[in-house]
Write a protein that binds this ligand. Structure first.
Ligand code: ZN
Length: 119
């Protein structure tokens, strides 16, 4: 987690940025941002996943592959480090991309095997 509680900027202080849906750019929209850390609020209509969702995926991967406890721990640490659970700034697609990157790096699995687990 970023450790910031995120304070939203006023309606007059927004930045125009691309808006994404299903990972594709769908034009520009004014985005509010956090006045404390500067993180731009994610406006995707696809709700971000909870941290528990990704823990379930790791457990599921563990039933198909040999995963050591230390690897599970490493993934959890990476999720925390990359603020995957920061719903303010992450949309579902970004989270999934990041999770694939983390899981394939730490475990000996392909991106396809990871993305097949998404529900
Ligand atoms: Zn913030």
């Amino acid at each position: 987690m970023s450790g910031c509680e995120h304070k939203i900027s006023g309606s007059s202080e927004k930045v125009w940025l691309p808006y994404f849906f299903e990972g594709r750019e769908r034009g520009l929209k004014p985005h509010p941002y956090c006045t404390e850390c500067g993180l731009i609020k994610n406006l995707s209509s696809e709700k971000p996943h909870n941290i528990g969702y990704f823990m379930n995926l790791i457990a599921e991967l563990g039933t198909r592959h040999k995963i050591a406890k230390v690897q599970t721990r490493l993934i959890a640490l990476e999720i925390e480090k990359q603020s995957l659970d920061d719903k303010f700034g992450m949309d579902r697609h970004q989270q999934e991309e990041l999770f694939i990157e983390i899981a394939t790096r730490i475990l000996n699995v392909s991106a396809r095997e990871v993305s097949e687990l998404f529900y």
